[in-house]
Design a protein around this ligand. Structure first.
Ligand code: 4HQ
Length: 247
C-alpha cells in the first residue's frame, strides 16, 4: 500500500510509525509512507500556511493554496492509473473510526492523508478533495497528526504479511467483535498471584470454552453495545442469558 501524508509536522506522524511492527512492514516494502510538508508548497514569500478566520473568532485556519498545490503534487504519480484515491481528513466531526472502517481502508492500493493543525483547514479543501472525514473519538487534539498515525497503524497491521502467522490468527478467529479474554504468561505463580489453572491444563477444548466465556463476560460488563453486532452461537446466547439473570 502506498500512503502519502500531507502535514506541517511530519515528525509527529513519522515517530510512532518508524518503530516495531510498522517499521518492519515498511522495510519489507509492504507499505510505503511518504511525508510531504505542506509548507513547501506555500506561494507566499514567508511560506505562510495559515490565516485568521473569516467572521472572526479564535485561532488560525490553514489556507487552501498550499494544501491544494501539495495535494496536486502528491496525486501526480498515483493518478497515472486514474484511480479516484481515498483522501482522509481527521476531525471530531468525522465518522467515528472503528475496525470495520480500518478493514475497508486496508483494501485500497493507495491512501492520502491531509493533517489539519491549529483550528483546522479551510472548508473548501474538505469539500473539494476529502472523500473520508474521520474522527478517532470525542475529544479535542491540537492537530490531525496523531489521529493519522493511529489510522495508519490500524490499517497497516491488516495488510497481509505485516503481522506474523500467530498474531494474525486472532484476526479471523470467532473472537472478533467481542472484547478480548485476559492473557497470562510465566511465571505460573507471581508473588502469590496464580494463573487460572485451566490455561495450563493442556485441554484445548476447555481453554477455548474458558476464553470465550471470559470474552462474553467482559463485553457484557463493559461494552454491551458490541454484542448487537457480534456473531453469537447458541452456547454464547445461553452464557449471556445467565449473565443477564445474575447481574
Ligand atoms: N482534531 N479525531 C483539531 C481532533 C481529531 C479527533 C484533529 C483536532 C484536527 C484541526 N481528529 N484538528 N478527535 O481532535 O480526529
Amino acid at each position: 500500500m502506498r500512503i502519502k501524508v500531507l502535514t506541517l509536522f511530519p515528525e509527529i506522524v513519522k515517530g510512532p510509525l518508524d518503530v516495531s511492527i510498522i517499521k518492519n512492514a515498511q522495510e519489507k516494502g509492504l507499505i510505503d509512507i511518504e511525508y510531504i510538508n505542506i509548507r513547501d508548497f506555500s506561494d507566499s514569500k514567508h511560506k505562510k500556511v495559515d490565516d485568521y478566520p473569516y467572521g472572526g473568532g479564535a485561532g488560525m485556519i490553514m489556507t487552501p493554496q498550499p494544501i491544494f498545490d501539495c495535494y496536486q503534487a502528491a496525486i501526480k504519480d498515483v493518478m497515472a492509473n486514474n484511480e479516484d484515491i481515498r483522501t482522509i481528513y481527521c476531525s471530531p466531526k468525522g465518522k467515528v473510526f472503528n475496525q470495520e472502517l480500518a478493514l475497508n481502508l486496508a483494501k485500497e492500493d493507495s491512501l492520502i492523508f491531509i493533517c489539519g493543525h491549529y483550528e483546522g483547514i479551510d472548508q473548501r479543501v474538505i469539500d473539494s478533495l476529502v472523500t473520508d472525514e474521520i474522527s478517532i473519538g470525542d475529544y479535542v487534539l491540537t492537530g490531525g497528526e496523531l489521529p493519522v498515525a493511529v489510522i495508519i497503524d490500524a490499517v497497516a497491521r491488516l495488510i497481509p504479511g505485516v503481522l506474523g502467522q500467530e498474531e494474525s490468527f486472532q484476526e479471523e478467529s470467532f473472537y472478533s467483535g467481542l472484547l478480548e479474554y485476559p492473557h497470562y504468561t510465566r511465571p505460573y505463580d507471581f508473588r502469590g498471584l496464580e494463573v487460572p489453572s485451566v490455561l495450563s491444563s493442556g485441554n484445548h477444548k476447555e481453554i477455548e470454552k474458558w476464553r470465550r466465556k471470559k470474552s462474553l463476560e467482559i463485553t457484557f460488563e463493559r461494552r454491551p453495545d458490541l454484542l448487537e453486532n457480534a456473531s453469537l452461537s447458541d452456547e454464547d446466547k445461553k452464557t449471556l442469558d445467565f449473565l443477564k439473570k445474575h447481574s
